[in-house]
Design a protein around this ligand. Sequence first.
Ligand code: SF4
Ligand code: SF4
Length: 328
Amino acid sequence: MPLDSLYWVITHNCNDKCDHCYNASAPKAVELTLDEAAQVIEHFPSPQAAPLRIIISGGEPLVNRKLLYACLDGLYERYGDAPQYMLQTNGDLLTAEILNEILSHHITRISIASIDRFHKAKGERAGVLRTLMESRGMIYDEAGALISKERLTESKLSFSMWGANEDFWIGGNWPRGRAIENGLYLKVPAHNFCAIPSGAKGFAGLVGTVQEIAVQLYNLYPCCPGTRMPLADLRHENLTDAVEKVTAHPMWQALNKGEPSQMGIYKGISEATATARITALGNVCLWCDEFFEKHYEAFVPNTTEPHQNLHHAPSEMFVQISLPETLS
Ligand code: SF4
Ligand code: SF4
């Protein structure tokens, strides 16, 4: 089955430097090189298994349009019109000329993600941007940031506008980057961010769930906040193989169910113990970080063992690993 949604952050370079930014994007921050972008696309799912939706995000993708268009051209060369190509932008740099360029590079949906008090422009361009996009025949979609899976095959051009607030994006999640430095996330232990589409639930496939996977530059993650260790480096490894490789690992299976409180059961850490740690830390993702740092055992590659049911995977299939310095 094709992925429902592939979320790709191609740059952390951004014209803004918001206090709540979960990936610490800022002017002149790191971005993919053109070679790296081509390598990543080469390791995305095969053309026969084109994702239904590809979301390009940042950082601010419009800061480096050469990179953006190289990514879009590379994706189109691989997948043609099969996916819906969506651009997530803060909209600050969007002009009529740039909008024409974006649409000529196969984007059919634009998501303006800055209509809030945390961004520099504080949503003041909302009216201008709406008029601009409607002038190109794009339809304002009040349904929210994403359209439903059933509507992905629509050929209509559309856009949405939203932003960060205490209920959405900041609320209860994203304890990452400047959001955590500035305390701009709510500590709500009962909020299981892992179980929504931008969380890990369904990343490896789960009946009745949106299968969304996230790529930060070239690192593959099961969720947008990102686990302490990526699933793969897509400059060198295939996305499909990387997901397949962890399907037998009980920790990744718990995350695939959207249940971080169960991720340590195979290590003897009960759900009650994990829930107590989530309560103490205030957030499921912080518990997930702690688990990776203290308890995680990685799947041994090249094992000859067939995939096992998660509760019966033999312990020899896993090996304790140390986190690379860049991730700790
Ligand atoms: S939240 Fe968006 S606009 Fe603000 S710094 Fe991060 S990527 Fe840039
Ligand atoms: S709990 Fe872990 S896997 Fe789940 S959304 Fe948070 S960081 Fe991602």
